[in-house]
Design a protein around this ligand. Structure first.
Ligand code: COI
Length: 359
């Protein structure tokens, strides 16, 4: 089912970024945004693309008080064949609906949502940057928007899509990042919202993130909230380790985000003949592998982070260097394969790319 989208184009288009090497992440926004409203009487209605600008919001809106917000992160790529394409967009749409279910927000029609994303990207196609390593980051998000203060499942919601031309997420680019394993704060627990992509998970991660940054680390690696010993995720990415030739990645226990880049890497690694263990992996086992020399590589996976090597791991006064603080051969191979598929340089044998339009 397609939503009928009314398009009002801006009369004041902005200048595109002149220097794509300085894009960074999420600082520049395109000319338009998509908005659609929901209420229990009318369902989703009033789908519109309008000039990019502030959202009017009622001071009692649910999201401002009870944090009913979910989002996705996806990218549009300018391929070497001259097309603009998306990477596994249905995976993001299904995850958005799973997040909506957890937070009692309304469901979106999957095909209708894909059509919204394609319409937005086609309209903003001149904003998809050209340089290697860049893309148009797409941020669909939904929030509860009832205009009163009772605590209950929402009766009104708003769905928005904004787009931002981006380069690398980390200032380090493809160079290894330093990660601190957090032993005090907890990001999520099983039965909570860890598997959903909701703003609250990120809000809960900020304090530890700030502490890690002050100590010179890029981000925090979370442990499970019950035993405080099993590795979960970094928050902006899932994690994988190569130990003695095998790949180990935390199982999706309910408190870990089911990453689409994670899933794609697992599929690629299995294609290449690697044994991939999705299981509980304790910080003790990780440091034992680091000490006895069997920890060969560590990396993170995510839409924003792509495949990011981890060069240092810090935990309770112990610091370990992974693969001499250099990108490992397998990490590099995964990065090259994934971005090769996304940029149309490598045959897309899994049919992961979805063409939006000519570039
Ligand atoms: C993404 O990888 O798209 C994310 O959502 C991670 C982060 C920027 C919140």
């Amino acid at each position: 089912m397609k939503y009928e989208i009314k398009i009002t184009k801006t009369t004041e288009p902005k200048a595109k970024p002149a220097d794509e090497s300085k894009l960074g992440f999420g600082k520049i926004f395109t000319d338009h945004m998509f908005i659609m409203d929901y209420n229990t009487e009318k369902g989703w209605h009033d789908a519109r693309i309008v000039p990019f600008g502030p959202l009017p919001i009622h001071p009692a809106s649910t999201v401002l008080h009870y944090g009913a917000e979910i989002f996705e992160g996806m990218k549009a790529y300018r391929t070497v064949n001259g097309d603009i394409s998306l990477f596994r967009p249905m995976e993001n749409i299904r995850r958005l609906n799973n997040s909506a279910e957890r937070l009692c927000l309304p469901q979106l029609d999957e095909e209708g949502c894909l059509d919204i994303l394609k319409t937005m990207v086609e309209l903003e196609k001149d904003w998809v940057p050209h340089s290697e390593g860049t893309s148009l980051y797409i941020r669909p998000y939904m929030y509860g928007n009832d205009e009163h203060l009772g605590v209950h499942a929402v009766h009104a919601a708003t769905f928005v899509v904004i787009c931002s031309p981006v380069g690398a997420y980390y200032a380090e680019g493809i160079n290894p990042v330093k990660i601190a394993i957090e032993s005090a704060d907890v990001r999520a627990v099983r039965g909570g919202t860890g598997y959903a992509k909701c703003g609250g998970n990120y809000a809960a991660s900020l304090r530890a993130g700030e502490k890690a940054e002050r100590a010179g680390y890029t981000q925090v690696l979370w442990l499970d909230g019950v035993n405080r010993k099993y590795i979960e995720e970094v928050g902006s990415m899932n994690v994988m380790f190569k130990v003695n030739g095998k790949i180990i990645t935390p199982a999706l226990t309910g408190s870990v985000l089911p990453g689409i880049t994670r899933k794609s890497c697992v599929e690629l690694l299995k294609d290449w003949g690697y044994e991939v263990e999705e299981r509980l992996f304790s910080v003790d086992e990780l440091f034992e592998a680091a000490k006895n020399g069997t920890l060969e590589e560590a990396w993170g996976t995510g839409t924003a982070a792509v495949v990011s090597p981890i060069g240092h791991l810090f935990y309770e006064n112990n610091e370990y260097t992974v693969s001499d603080n250099k990108i490992g051969a397998l990490t590099q191979k995964l990065y090259d394969e994934l971005t090769g598929i996304q940029w149309g340089k490598i045959a897309d044998t899994h049919n992961w790319s979805v063409k939006v339009c000519e570039g």
